[in-house]
Design a protein around this ligand. Structure first.
Ligand code: ADP
Ligand code: MG
Length: 589
């Protein structure tokens, strides 16, 4: 059966040749060709900036690499233009990889600045190399042909460009709705949560930087053969900024926004270039000022761009459930009853002169819920972060299922089967509950970017969705599968995080203040979930403020005060301990 989405795509695909057959003036076909080329560049920006949160002003430079590569090779070596595309893609991938590896580790505004520098550098390089014709560029390129048919101009070129554009858009939509896609969508929220799910965030940043550059390169290749000449002005910083304008105004978070933005800016650009100098009385690139103002207005009043207006009107049918018959994901062996799952040995953390965690030791036997408690500032969260690899230890050792994990990053620790939730819920608000939870199964799959774009990942995707649904149902969240995560109340949000952690198939679950901010009824629900997990033999480390809850569900308690271990024991023992009473009475009441 065809899904509505697929029908829409087929109609869209049929519209391209249909438009080509319309008696439109050649001028409009040429406009559509430019719009298609620009939109292709913007598609890359949607992925990079809109989804990944990385801003680039340097896309025009990658367009330039695609254009100059094919221009130089076809003019000087007689290579087929179809082959030069792949040379261009190779060169683009290498240069994007180098630029990306150098700049993407830097945080904040370094990346946009670095892409500006990169754009300028390449512009001057293109403009000063004799072999590339300096600022005059290269002339006399041939149109693209298939056999004797010239498809490099007019209507056939329109069909070619828009077919590539639509294929790119569909590939991108497929990618975003997949294992690597969910990882990419998690980049914007900071790296902590993604890394805790086993995702190598740096690698994904480099990946989307390279992908965006490849989209730009294809556009450059097409452009060169369409214009039959290349010169640096089309690939300078001004164009780099304009591409970003197009993406932002169209709606940088939406794949279709790329086309809307490209169309709007291209048409507006042409109009303003004539109208403004006439109005002002002198020539100049005044349109840039108008774009700047429009961009500020759009960012202020419509931060998701123009397409978001359309997207709001479009129906959002719940994801079709097609995974009932999928096989289960591979599961890891679980510790046997009585095994020590976690052994924390004299871990210490010093922040300058403050010893936040002072030689803390404890163990978690399989199947137990161990509570880590203590007054505010006792060092619980720091201990939690030392165990999960978020912070590095000053000294001490952590053994997980007998393996030393003391120096591993959180991503590797998660891969070994230690899953966590966060004191402040970390989720992707615009994904459904199901998709958020599926993020937890990341390390249990292997499909990559290419197979996701081509949709050959379907079997694995179904297995992941089935697992996510199973874990949500396990904790009583089966009714929320298709809800937007951002619309949930605090209680269900926290449960969703637990389901996401369970999706990792953990041997140990770490919960950081799961009851914080919950109402009484939600807290009762949480207690029930914890009891049920305990009944299923799950090992849990629970950092929690709520004493009633801790006393209720924990098998064993570890009490900290001022970074040191105050006492350990059963809830009853701890409650009877005068030192514990003093610690709490002294600070909390
Ligand atoms: P708890 O979670 O038990 O409330 P924390 O582990 O958050 O306590 O903090 C323990 C102590 O370490 C506190 O005194 C806190 O101010 C300090 N601390 C925590 N994180 C840092 C940090 N990144 N830099 C400096 N001091 C910190
Ligand atoms: Mg804390």
């Amino acid at each position: 059966m065809l899904k509505k989405q697929n029908i829409a795509l087929i109609l869209l695909a049929a519209a391209v040749p249909a438009i080509a057959l319309l008696p439109l003036p050649d001028f409009w076909i040429a406009q559509l060709n430019y719009i298609g080329l620009y939109a292709l560049v913007c598609l890359g920006l949607v992925l990079l900036t809109g989804v990944g949160g990385l801003t680039s002003f340097g896309q025009a430079a990658f367009v330039g690499i695609g254009a100059y590569t094919t221009a130089w090779l076809t003019l000087n070596t007689g290579m087929s233009p179809w082959l030069t595309l792949f040379v261009g893609l190779g060169l683009t991938a290498i240069s994007a990889l180098v630029v990306g590896l150098i700049t993407l580790r830097m945080s904040g505004h370094y990346l946009p600045l670095a892409t500006i520098a990169w754009g300028l550098a390449l512009y001057y390089l293109m403009g000063n190399l004799d072999a590339l014709g300096k600022y005059d560029g290269l002339l006399g390129l041939k149109s693209l042909t298939i056999g004797d048919v010239n498809i490099g101009q007019g209507r056939l070129f329109f069909v070619l460009t828009w077919a590539i554009l639509l294929a790119g858009a569909v590939a991108l939509l497929n990618l975003l709705d997949s294992r690597p896609g969910r990882a990419i969508r998690s980049l914007k929220g900071g790296s902590q949560m993604a890394e805790a799910m086993g995702i190598n965030t740096f690698r994904y940043k480099v990946t989307i930087f390279v992908l965006a550059a490849l989209f730009a390169c294809v556009a450059g290749w097409l452009l060169a053969h369409f214009q039959r000449t290349v010169n640096p002005s089309a690939f300078g910083l001004k164009m780099g900024i304009e591409y970003l304008f197009m993406a932002v105004i169209g709606g940088v978070g939406h794949v279709w926004g790329a086309i809307v933005g490209a169309a709007l800016i291209k048409l507006l650009d042409d109009y303003l270039q004539v109208a403004l100098p006439a109005l002002i009385g002198t020539s100049g690139s005044y349109e840039v000022i108008v774009f700047g103002v429009v961009m500020v207005l759009v960012l202020k009043y419509l931060p998701d761009g123009l397409w978001s207006l359309v997207a709001k009107k479009l129906p959002r049918p719940p994801r079709a459930v097609d995974w009932q018959n999928a096989a289960d994901l591979p599961a890891r062996s679980k510790p046997a009853a009585g095994d020590v799952v976690l052994k924390v040995d004299k871990i210490r953390k010093q922040f300058g002169g403050l010893t936040a965690v002072n030689d803390i030791s404890f163990e978690i036997p399989a199947g137990q819920i161990v509570g880590l408690i203590g007054p505010n500032g006792a060092g619980k969260s720091t201990t939690f972060n030392l165990i999960t690899g978020v912070l590095s230890k000053t000294s001490g050792q952590v053994l997980f299922r007998g393996e030393d994990i003391s120096t591993l990053p959180s991503r590797e620790i998660s891969r070994q089967g230690m899953a966590r939730t966060f004191q402040h819920v970390k989720m992707i608000a615009d994904m459904t509950v199901l998709e958020n939870v599926a993020l937890g199964a990341y390390t249990r799959g292997s499909s990559g970017v290419l197979s996701s774009m081509l949709r050959t990942n379907k079997t694995e995707e179904q297995r992941m969705m089935k697992e996510a649904q199973r874990q949500l149902e396990r904790i009583g969240m089966g009714a929320y599968l298709h809800e937007q995560a951002g619309n949930l109340a605090m209680g269900p949000q926290r449960l969703m995080e637990i389901a996401r952690a369970l999706c990792c198939d953990p041997a140990l679950l770490l919960l950081d203040e799961p009851a914080a901010g919950l109402r009484h009824k939600e807290k009762q629900g949480l207690i029930q979930v914890l009891r049920q997990l305990q009944g299923e033999g799950m090992s849990i480390l629970l950092v929690e403020h709520d004493m009633d809850l801790v006393m209720d569900v924990c098998d064993h308690l570890v009490v900290m005060e001022f970074g040191t271990l105050l006492t350990r024991g059963t809830p009853a023992e701890v409650q009877a301990n005068p030192a514990v009473r003093a610690a709490y009475l002294g600070t909390e009441h």
